[in-house]
Design a protein around this ligand. Structure first.
Ligand code: PMP
Length: 368
């Protein structure tokens, strides 16, 4: 035990937090950062200018608390999502991490449980422990797929209060079929449980993939969570949101902190959404780079998963950590999720992607 963890252990920390590690994707300052699935394209200058103007306007009123209901933002988000959703169906928070936390605060907590199907987003168990919700680790098949039958059977066995379905899944990249979501929803209906589909990467999906937004109508306990961090390229602004029945947003209002979305955050998101076409113009290029990575990795004899996201998960590496280090030496950081034989890489700009593919080929050549 180092000095700090010794000191930490002296504090009257909640029992269920003892011995845990915080979320810790490395933030290393290297030229090519392909490790946390950000949009690596900088914002178009027109959007930067629009945000600066809207924020300057908000700054004149910063002596006042912001609109607690962020009405304009909810309206713009509803328009963006379509599917006949209105502002009554929308809630937003500081990143979709906070959305997920608020859902757990409202529907989880002591004596309640959250289930998700690993390998999946590493924050789910941490959000569970932070809200004192029991985490139930569901499993996927060996190839990381999840069938409707298996998911429903695991839900019936454990009867969790909440299920998080990550689609497209982080870290594996592949989306779930809507049959999996409806099967889980039906199994959860037997004990009145909540189902959340985390669609952080939805905008990058293959055209054949359908969003769970199409399932919201008539399903009171279904929530679709989204973010402005990925396709919109606004990870630094911290804006996530959800679409659900209006009464779900009322449940969240019971746990949110008053004025949780700052006036600066609201102004940034509103300005960005007013320029949505410019922002989303990057998505096609990112998908092109993603598809390029998939086909090059196959040529290198590796096994990339089908990707509906802005990243590619690939197996077939004898020594992923050595490859991770070799890339880092060349100023490229990717993600090692600790899954044997695999790494995950975010699709970068064209030149970043080229640098990654060239260095990887070199490293694999050197390994043989
Ligand atoms: N869900 C998934 C699946 C993610 O990968 C991430 C970020 N890596 C998030 C939610 C949270 O993103 P944010 O808080 O930036 O919206």
């Amino acid at each position: 035990m180092n000095d700090r963890s010794e000191l930490l252990s002296q504090l009257p920390l909640r029992e269920n937090l003892r011995g845990l590690s915080p979320y810790g994707a490395p933030q290393i300052d290297v030229p090519i950062q392909l490790n946390v699935n950000e949009n690596t394209h900088p914002l178009p200058p027109t959007v930067v200018e629009a945000i600066a103007q809207e924020v300057a306007k908000a700054a004149t009123n910063l002596n006042r608390y912001p609109d607690r209901e962020f009405t304009e933002l909810r309206e713009l988000l509803a328009d963006y999502l379509g599917h006949s959703l209105t502002s009554e169906n929308i809630w937003a928070a500081n990143g979709s991490n906070e959305i997920l936390q608020q859902i757990l605060q409202a529907f989880g907590g002591p004596g309640r449980s959250l289930m998700s199907f690993g390998p999946t987003y590493s924050m789910y168990p941490l959000l569970a422990s932070g809200t004192d919700t029991k985490y139930v680790p569901g499993v996927r098949a060996d190839d990381f797929t999840l069938s409707a039958e298996s998911a429903a059977q695991q839900v019936r066995e454990h009867q969790p209060d909440i299920v998080f379905l990550c689609s497209p899944n982080n870290p594996t990249g592949t989306a779930l079929g809507l049959d999996v979501i409806t099967a889980v929803y039906d199994a959860m209906s037997e004990h009145n449980g909540m189902v959340i589909v985390d669609e952080a990467y939805a905008e990058f999906s293959l055209s054949s993939t359908k969003s769970a937004l199409t399932l919201l109508e008539g399903r009171q306990r279904l929530i679709v969570s989204r973010t402005m961090s990925k396709a919109f390229g606004l990870a630094g602004a911290r804006v996530g949101y959800l679409a659900a029945a209006p009464e779900v947003t009322d449940a969240i209002r019971l746990v949110r902190l008053p004025y949780h979305l700052s006036a600066v955050t609201q102004a940034t998101a509103v300005a960005a959404l007013k320029n949505i076409e410019l922002l989303l113009a990057q998505v096609e290029d990112i998908k092109t780079q993603r598809d390029r990575i998939v086909s090059h990795l196959k040529e290198l004899g590796l096994q990339p998963s089908v990707s509906d996201s802005n990243f590619v998960f690939f197996g077939g590496l004898d020594n992923p950590h050595a490859v991770w280090e070799g890339l880092l030496e060349a100023g490229i950081i990717v993600r090692d999720n600790g899954i044997p034989g695999t790494l995950r890489v975010t699709a970068g700009t064209e030149s970043e992607t080229t640098a990654f593919l060239d260095r990887l080929a070199e490293l694999l050549g050197a390994e043989k």
